[in-house]
Design a protein around this ligand. Structure first.
Ligand code: FEO
Length: 395
C-alpha cells in the first residue's frame, strides 16, 4: 500500500515517484522525476497540486491513507502543465465536494486542457488568502516560472512555501528532505533544472525570488524533487546567482567532428583557454547530451562551437545543440563566442556556426577559425595561441 509522508504535523506529501522517466521534453532526467502533491489536514482539507495523469491512482491511494478523497474541500492548482495537473480529472471525480482554485490565466488554459472533466475553477490572484482553519494560505502569482499561469502558495502557519516548479529538481528519491540525500547531487540537478527549464524566464524568476526572500520559511516544498529545509539558504543563493546572469571565467568548447580534424582544433582551443587561466573543458556533442552541456554553460563566459562542413551545412548535431541552447534565451551580451571547424572544399560549416552565434548575441572578437583538411602541429600551436590571446584580451 502506498504511503502518505507527513512532512509537518497534518501536512503530507502525496505525490508520485517516476523512477524510470529519462526524458522531459528534450531534457535528460537520469535520476528520474517526482511529481509532488501535498495534502493539508485542517478544518478544511486541502490538496495542493496533483501529478502526471498516469500516476493519478498513486496520488489518490496516498491521499486515502489519510482521508477519504471525497472529504477534500479545496484543490489548489499552482500550475497548468500536465506533470502537475494531469490527475485533475481523476481528482475531480473522487473529490466531488472540492472547490478548485487557480490563477485567472490558469483557468483560461484549463478550459482547453480539461473541457470534458467539467471542473469549475475559481480564480485567485496575488495577495488573495484562503482560510482553512488554523491555517491561512496566501497566493502569489509567479508568471513564467515556468508558464504564464503559475503561482505559489504560502502557508504561514507551517512556514512552508509550495513553490511548484521553482526550486525544483528532477531527482527521484525514497527520501523527501534535502538533509537526507546527497546535497551535491541535488544541487547539480537543481542547476540542470534551472538551466533547462527556468533559464528563459530568469528575469521573472528573480522577481519571484524577491518575494520569497521576504517570507519566514522553514520549508520550500517544490513540485519536483526533494523539499528544502536546512539548505534553504543554499538554494536561494544559487537562484540569486543563476538569475543574475553573471558569467565566470569558464569556457566550454562544443564540437562535432567527422575525421578528427575539428576535434583537434577543439582540443587546441581548450588548451589555450586553460593556459590563459580559464576553467575550460571540451564536449564532443556525441558524448554529452545538450541538456547537460547547457547546465555547464549556464554561467560560462566563453563558448566555442565547432563543426566541419557536411553536405554544405554544419553538422546536424551541432545545429541541434545551437537550436536547443538558443531556445533557452541565454543572456549572451557579455559572453564571448568563437566558431571553428575544418573543411574539405568550403568552410560552410564553421561559417554557419558563426552566423548562429552572431544571431544569438555573442561577442565574437576572434574571427572564425577555419582549417582546410588536416591541421599540422604548427596549425594547432597557432590556434592554441589565438585562444590564449582571446581569453587574455577579455581580462
Ligand atoms: Fe513541472 Fe512547468 O511543469
Amino acid at each position: 500500500m502506498l504511503e502518505a509522508h507527513e512532512i509537518k504535523p497534518n501536512v503530507y506529501w502525496v505525490g508520485a515517484l517516476d523512477w524510470n522517466e529519462r526524458l522531459f521534453h528534450g531534457y535528460t532526467t537520469e535520476r528520474g522525476i517526482t511529481y509532488n502533491a501535498y495534502l493539508i489536514m485542517d478544518e478544511k482539507v486541502t490538496l495542493i497540486d496533483t501529478v502526471k495523469e498516469k500516476f493519478s491512482q498513486d496520488l489518490l491511494a496516498r491521499v486515502s491513507q489519510v482521508v477519504d478523497p471525497a472529504k477534500i474541500d479545496y484543490v489548489i492548482s499552482n500550475h497548468v502543465e500536465m506533470d502537475h495537473s494531469g490527475a485533475l480529472p481523476a481528482v475531480a471525480a473522487a473529490c466531488k465536494n472540492a472547490t478548485f482554485l487557480c490563477t485567472t490565466k490558469a483557468k483560461e488554459e484549463f478550459a482547453h486542457h480539461f473541457q470534458e472533466a467539467g471542473i469549475d475553477f475559481q480564480a485567485v490572484k496575488t495577495g488573495d488568502t484562503l482560510n482553512i482553519g488554523e491555517r491561512t494560505l496566501t497566493f502569489v502569482e509567479t508568471p513564467m516560472v515556468h508558464w504564464p499561469d503559475n503561482m505559489v502558495t504560502y502557508d504561514e502557519f507551517d512556514k512552508i512555501l509550495f513553490s511548484n516548479d521553482a526550486f525544483g529538481q528532477h531527482f527521484a528519491s525514497s527520501q523527501r528532505f534535502d538533509v537526507d540525500v546527497d546535497l551535491c547531487e541535488v544541487m547539480k540537478q537543481a542547476r540542470k533544472y534551472y538551466a533547462n527549464i527556468v533559464q528563459p524566464y530568469g528575469m521573472q524568476a528573480s522577481k519571484a525570488l524577491e518575494v520569497v526572500k521576504g517570507l519566514s520559511l522553514e520549508m520550500i516544498a517544490p513540485s519536483h524533487g526533494i523539499i528544502w529545509t536546512e539548505h534553504i539558504p543554499q538554494i536561494l543563493e544559487a537562484y540569486a546567482q543563476w538569475t543574475s546572469n553573471k558569467k565566470v571565467d569558464k569556457a566550454a568548447i562544443i564540437y562535432d567532428s567527422m575525421w578528427g580534424s575539428t576535434e583537434k582544433i577543439a582540443k587546441a582551443i581548450c588548451e589555450g583557454f586553460i593556459q590563459a587561466g580559464l576553467d575550460a573543458r571540451y564536449f564532443d556533442i556525441k558524448a554529452t547530451h545538450e541538456s547537460d552541456i547547457v547546465a555547464y554553460t549556464l554561467d560560462a563566459k566563453y563558448i566555442a562551437v565547432g563543426s566541419p562542413t557536411l553536405n554544405m551545412k554544419m553538422m546536424p548535431n551541432i545545429a541541434m545543440f545551437l537550436t536547443y541552447q538558443n531556445g533557452l534565451s541565454p543572456r549572451n551580451a557579455d559572453r564571448v563566442g568563437l566558431a571553428f571547424g575544418s573543411y574539405g572544399w568550403a568552410p560552410v560549416g564553421p561559417n554557419a556556426v558563426q552566423k548562429e552565434l552572431e544571431g544569438a548575441g555573442y561577442k565574437l572578437p576572434q574571427e572564425t577559425i577555419t582549417l582546410n583538411w588536416r591541421p599540422t602541429q604548427e596549425d594547432l600551436d597557432t590556434i592554441q595561441e589565438k585562444a590564449f590571446h582571446l581569453a587574455q584580451a577579455q581580462e
